[in-house]
Design a protein around this ligand. Structure first.
Ligand code: EPU
Length: 419
């Protein structure tokens, strides 16, 4: 199994480029199922989750053509097999994103239930309830959700009991082909939802309010092909900003959207970092002095992203004082804490809160990645630890970061992939 071998201590300096957003590209690929015409997506990151989604689209019957420069063209002319099987869903729960588009386009879908995962239960009950509101008849057998709407979906009011990102995306994709008007209330406001709405609009959908908590959709009879560029990955960009901060370097994070990173930028400034925006798509991070402990509570967008919590926790091991890191989105997202303890961090986890006392002199150790963002936090800790850190199970990090070790090495990190 592949590992990262990291020798800590080097401050990162130079320019580090940001890839397209994994969590935008995933729903965009699923949206390609909504039309029989070809859809071209650009800036699709080459990460494992994207490959899994492409395999799922092929399994369903779409033709997927990918080129080296991040361009992917999908043509879903006929959908012979409208289902997401367990072996794909269990490796990537975002597979449930095909549920909405499949029912909308073919009147039926069969999607395996995801089961538990490293960061929490992650059910899809809200996706299912939303589709029922749109008139789908749902049954559950043998670990699969089956949805049927032989007469097509009809617009309705869909109120989410709690905010769900992929749930909002799933229902949005179903609603664009439903007859009449759909109102999605308590919708997720994440930039990835807005990006999906932009793609769907290019395909001929009629959507208002994406980016707010009320999305209004007027269903159309059919959608057509389109050409769309995926937004930059704000979580990758945020991870790099934290890498610059934790190593005390001077890093330019290029090709990003600073306006998507407001909550993190504010926290980094409170912690004593200097953040500048030399142009509309670049952020510069520097740390002139010591880091200060700062508290963080994860929230839905525009709050502090749960997907940056693990990385921020690694940063706070270097902050002076006590910081409280509170996780409100997932119930079990502190797996990285016990690995960071092995590197010498001082962290106590109490329920949904981690209490970090710093600064700690981290020392390199063998650690195990448990999920995508947890593994990123271990890499960050390795960049400042004395001696060698060996991060095992880096396939987790490959799910969502495009060649992270190459990007970090180019700005001065001593990191390489070993078998
Ligand atoms: N939830 C339910 N029922 C549902 C759906 C969600 O109870 O039907 C709960 C979840 O268990 C969780 C909360 O609602 O406690 C929010 O979950 P959400 O549905 O928003 O998460 P998601 O859509 O499954 C996306 C990202 C995650 C990111 C979360 C939160 C994608 C493909 N995934 O997941 O990204 O953490 O939103 O922002 O967009 C990652 O990239 O590492 C990652 C985990």
């Amino acid at each position: 199994m592949e590992k990262f071998l990291i020798k800590g201590g080097a401050p990162l300096e130079g320019e580090i480029p940001v890839s397209g957003a994994k969590n935008s590209a995933l729903p965009a690929l699923a949206a390609c199922l909504l039309t029989d015409e070809a859809v071209t997506l650009r800036r699709v990151p080459r990460v494992r989750d994207i490959r899994t989604m492409e395999r799922l689209l092929e399994h369903i019957g779409a033709a997927v053509e990918r080129s080296d420069n991040g361009r992917v063209t999908v043509q879903a002319a006929a959908l012979a097999n409208p289902e997401a099987p367990y072996d794909l869903v269990k490796t990537m729960r975002a597979s449930s994103l095909v549920l909405g588009p499949l029912v909308a386009r073919t009147g039926r879908a069969r999607v395996s239930l995801p089961g538990g995962c490293a960061i929490g239960a992650r059910p899809i009950n809200l996706h299912v309830a939303g589709l029922e509101q749109l008139g789908a008849v749902i049954s559950q057998t043998h670990g699969y959700i089956e949805a049927r709407a032989p007469q097509g979906l009809r617009g309705a009011r869909v109120h989410f009991d709690r905010i769900t990102v992929t749930g909002t995306e799933d229902i949005l994709m179903a609603a664009v082909l439903a007859s009449g008007e759909t109102l999605i209330e308590n919708a997720a406001r994440e930039p990835e939802v807005v990006d999906l709405a932009d793609l769907l609009t290019r395909m001929g959908a009629r959507i208002e309010g994406a980016g707010s908590s009320l999305i209004r959709v007027q269903g159309v009879e059919r959608l057509h092909g389109a050409d769309h560029t995926i937004i930059p990955d704000r979580i990758e960009a945020g991870t790099f900003l934290i890498a610059g901060a934790i190593t005390g370097g001077d890093l330019l994070v290029t090709g990003c959207r600073p306006d998507h990173l407001g909550a993190l930028i504010q926290k980094l400034r409170q912690a004593g970092c200097e953040l500048a925006e030399p142009d509309a798509s670049t952020l510069r991070v520097r740390r002139p002095g010591h880091l200060k402990a700062t508290d963080v509570t994860t929230e839905e967008y525009p709050g502090f992203a749960t997907d940056l919590q693990a990385q921020y926790l690694a940063l706070m091991t270097q902050g002076e004082g006590i910081s409280f890191i509170t996780e409100t989105i997932f119930e079990n997202r502190f797996m990285h804490a016990s690995e960071l303890l092995r590197m010498g961090a001082n962290i106590r986890v109490e329920g949904r809160q981690a209490i970090v006392a710093g600064p700690s002199r981290l020392s390199g150790a063998g650690v195990i990645a448990s999920d995508l963002r947890a593994s990123a936090s271990l890499v960050l800790a390795g960049l400042v630890a004395r001696g060698e850190t060996l991060v095992d199970r880096v396939y987790h990090i490959d799910r969502g970061y495009e060649r992270i070790e190459e990007k970090l090495a180019r700005v001065g990190a001593d990191i390489r992939r070993v078998d």
